[in-house]
Design a protein around this ligand. Structure first.
Ligand code: NAD
Length: 425
């Protein structure tokens, strides 16, 4: 087996893919004979780079670059979100696809890992331009996606409307309505109850479990949340309803602080009206960098990757980091926090609630039989709690962090499947 990697897969390359590779290297010594297959996880199975020409409202044609990466399909079809962001790179999409492979195996949903993205700032597009971009991108992905091949979902700056356009475009190209090609759809198009809040709810469920292990009472616990989008907003509501105090929230518009706890329902109403979070009048606005100094019991990064680094890890004063975002902590920062006795509930566990209810949505679409919200939330909570317990027990047995334990369990599942399937030809 050759170990020479193409240059763009190099672990020394900075960026999220380098972080992902370091995480795989850290878990390899724990994989025993399965380590024979670990190279599989260091290379995406296939990468598609597409040009997306869009006729803008002013009549000019603008070109955008889009990606879809199938990282691994040993355990099932590809699954992972679509990101629209001005800083999207191939390294980022590759890393996100790798984390999807690990996450899906860690919580035991029957998928491989995939991810997609377009380098675009959607805030600069009109609704019509956004729709044309989404439809052309979907059309370019036609060969890769499909209900039994690869099932996209929302991620940063994509939502139910974008999933509806993707489903419609794919369906038109196929000549049949295929609701199961994406998840995170509107309810009226085969979406699932509970999907919108599922990631944030899952973050909360594992947060409660970790707090119980650490002896931290939830009522009155202080929480700081970075990102107030799909994940951060839902996590904030769950913690607030459980009696915790959300003392700081940061989004792209700025940072709000209130030592007694922010009025989360009022903030949600404000943001839902399209107003900038940081302009909310009833909270103190603090400098963005001061967010990392706020003393809390829970810190919930729920925005982008590589936010907790050697630059701020020493300053963070919290008991539990709950990774709502994918890849928010660099390996070096991970070590610093661990040495300081801070528990990190890793992304591949903490934010797996979204893909879990996406799995429920996909199952419901296939059977055309829809479940109640109580059934969905009950099953979600059970899967998240069981995954937490299993990972926590592995961490204790092997004397490793929760991240390494999650990677051990996931890599074992993926590489056993790899081994059983064998190598073709
Ligand atoms: P979103 O677009 O709904 O929200 C992103 C939030 O992050 C916004 O509030 C935005 O203002 C904020 N943000 C962006 N840049 C920032 C910056 N530089 N500093 C501070 N805040 C910033 O996205 P989302 O779906 O909530 O995803 C957030 C994270 O969670 C991503 O890492 C994503 O991959 C991960 N995730 C999402 C899901 C899901 O179901 N949506 C599932 C699993 C993981």
């Amino acid at each position: 087996m050759t170990h020479a990697l193409p240059s763009y897969l190099n672990a020394d390359a900075p960026g999220p893919w380098g972080v992902y590779l370091q995480q795989i290297d850290r878990v390899t010594p724990y994989l025993g004979e399965l380590a024979y297959w670990v190279e599989t996880l260091k290379r995406p199975k296939r990468i598609l780079i597409v040009d997306i020409p869009v006729r803008m409202d002013n009549g000019q044609v603008q070109h955008f670059e889009g990606y879809r990466v199938h990282h691994n399909t040993s355990r099932g079809p590809g699954k992972g979100g679509i990101r629209f962001h001005q800083d999207v790179t191939l390294s980022e999409v590759m890393a996100l696809s790798g984390w999807m492979t690990i996450k899906n195996a860690a919580v035991g949903v029957p998928y491989g890992g995939a991810k997609g993205g377009v380098r675009v700032d959607p805030r600069l597009l009109s609704r019509g331009e956004l729709e044309r971009l989404t439809r052309r991108y979907t059309s370019e992905l036609n060969a890769l996606i499909g209900p039994d091949k690869d099932i996209p979902a929302p991620d940063v700056n994509t939502n139910e409307q974008i999933m509806a356009w993707m489903m419609d475009t794919y369906s038109i190209n196929q000549g049949r309505t295929a609701t199961g090609v994406v998840t995170g759809k509107p309810l009226s198009l085969g979406g699932s109850l509970g999907r919108r809040d599922a990631t944030g709810r899952g973050v909360f469920v594992v947060g409660v479990a970790a707090a119980a292990d650490a002896g931290i009472p939830l009522a009155g616990a202080r929480v700081a949340i970075q990102g107030f989008g799909n994940v951060g907003n839902a996590a904030a509501r769950c913690f607030h309803e459980a009696g915790a105090h959300i003392v700081a929230v940061q989004d792209v518009t700025g940072t709000l602080f209130n030592a007694k706890g922010l009025d989360i329902p009022a903030l949600c109403t404000w943001v839902n009206q399209g107003k900038p979070l940081a302009a909310h009048p009833e909270a103190e606005r603090i400098p963005n960098d001061a967010f990392w100094d706020v003393e809390t019991e829970f810190l919930v990064p729920s925005a982008l990757e590589q936010q907790i680094t050697t630059a701020n890890a020493h300053r963070i004063r919290t008991r539990i980091v709950l990774e709502g975002a994918n890849g928010p902590t660099t390996p070096e920062a991970d070590d610093i926090l661990t040495q300081r006795g801070i528990t990190i509930v890793p992304d591949v566990l903490a934010n797996a609630g979204g893909v879990t209810v996406s799995y429920f949505e996909w199952v419901q679409d296939f059977s055309s039989f829809f479940w109640t919200e109580d059934e969905i939330n009950g099953r979600l909570d059970r899967i998240m709690q069981e995954a937490y317990t299993h990972i926590r027990d592995t961490a204790r047995e092997q004397k490793v962090t929760l991240r390494t334990a999650a990677f051990i369990l996931a890599c074992e599942r993926i590489l056993k499947a790899r081994e059983m399937r064998g190598l073709y030809p």
